[in-house]
Ligand binder design. Structure first.
Ligand SMILES: NC(=O)c1ccc[n+]([C@@H]2O[C@H](COP(=O)([O-])OP(=O)(O)OC[C@H]3O[C@@H](n4cnc5c(N)ncnc54)[C@H](O)[C@@H]3O)[C@@H](O)[C@H]2O)c1
Length: 341
């Protein structure tokens, strides 16, 4: 199941890339990447996906596997990209004009357990993308950064200009990647937009993936009528954004001349308890709630100021949390049951 086409039709996606050039999506088999690939393919672009399938799945891309404009290139972002993106693997397709860099290890907790692996994928991976892009005349890179670069800030809603204070190796490697992008702009003129995603949710977020966000787990537990686990007292807040909106914003960022950093969020703050209530309502089940100890490095409050996003990329009407949860739940109902902890 894909994102409800009505949601997309109502919005005018600002996607204007040069059609003679290809688009590379690193991490394109993953949750956000595959939703972006759908948008690019639906608009007639040639899309290369580079992914090691460590958390991504080929089934997320299945509908494009026979399409002549689509190429899946297996590979590890820790290696130089010119050794992966060979002309034979690119199947005689056009050179790459735009790179959406999403490949990453996506979890704060595991970044403490294996900080070296986090650095290799999340920082060295970005360096490899930039090295390739600067040599191959790529026009623009859109980088998926994270609200984790801010840390537990007192300034709320958080705007892009406050000083960064990440609380985890994951946040640190995203911050270091952002700085690298700026260096490659200054030194080599390579354009970029850095997008700091807040909490993204929607179809294809895998609840079985230990790195996945709270909404996919709550959906799964609700569907299976299992208790909802809540870290701490559940008063911690998040800014939840639907994955279809994130794909649209990435497309707009790639199509615009804007170079710099933007929050990708709705500007609305919801507590984990609010979320548990909303998921129960959508799923039609009232469930037991189990409180667990707070997690290391967890941010207490998170909500974004999205004025700059609207100023630079145009007006943005996010999908409401209720509507996003409804679409996500419909997708969950098509999925096999999973036992998730
Ligand atoms: N989901 C969120 O709420 C969220 C929030 C902030 C930032 N982000 C960022 O968005 C991006 C996408 O995240 P997602 O939620 O879709 O996660 P995901 O795990 O579904 O996607 C990551 C993809 O990268 C691939 N990958 C991982 N290591 C790789 C490697 N060494 N080489 C090649 N491919 C590799 C995985 O197989 C997967 O397909 C990430 O950069 C993440 O840091 C996500």
């Amino acid at each position: 199941m894909n994102i409800d086409p009505d949601t997309r039709r109502e919005k005018k996606v600002r996607l204007r890339l040069v059609k003679d050039l290809g688009v590379l999506v690193t991490g394109g088999a993953g949750f956000i990447g595959s939703n972006l690939v759908d948008l690019l393919m639906e608009n007639g672009y040639t899309v290369y996906v580079l992914d090691d399938l460590s958390t991504g799945k080929l089934e997320n891309l299945e509908r494009w596997s026979e399409n002549g404009n689509f190429r899946f290139i297996p590979g590890d972002i820790r290696n130089p990209l010119d050794s992966i993106l060979t002309s034979s693997k690119m199947g005689g397709g056009p050179p790459i004009g735009t790179i959406f860099h999403l490949a990453a290890r996506v979890d704060v907790t595991t970044s403490f357990l294996d900080p070296e692996a986090d650095m290799e994928v999340n920082y060295l991976g970005t360096l490899n993308v930039l090295e390739y892009a600067s040599r191959m005349d790529v026009r623009k890179i859109v980088f998926s950064s994270s609200a984790a670069v801010y840390g537990d800030t007192e300034v709320l809603p958080v705007n892009e200009d406050i000083s960064l204070d990440p609380l985890s190796p994951y946040g640190l490697n995203k911050m270091a990647s952002e700085i690298l992008l700026k260096i490659y702009k200054t030194q080599y003129g390579l354009d970029h937009t850095i997008l700091r995603f807040f909490n993204v949710y929607g179809p294809r977020q895998d609840p079985g993936n230990p790195y996945s966000g709270v909404i996919s787990k709550y959906m799964n537990w609700t569907r299976n009528k299992e208790p909802l686990m809540i870290y701490g007292d559940g008063s911690q807040t998040r800014d939840f954004i639907f994955v279809g909106d994130v794909a649209d914003i990435m497309a707009s960022a790639a199509s615009s001349n804007f170079v710099g950093t933007l929050n990708v969020a709705t500007g609305k703050e919801n507590s984990v308890i609010d979320l548990a209530d909303a998921v129960e309502e959508v799923g039609g089940n009232q469930l037991k709630r189990v409180h667990l100890p707070e997690r290391k490095g967890e941010i207490i409050r998170s909500v974004a100021n999205i004025a700059k996003l609207q100023e630079k990329l145009g007006p943005f009407e996010p999908v409401s949390l209720k509507e996003g949860l409804r679409q996500t739940y419909r997708w969950f109902e098509t999925q096999p049951e999973q036992v998730v902890h």
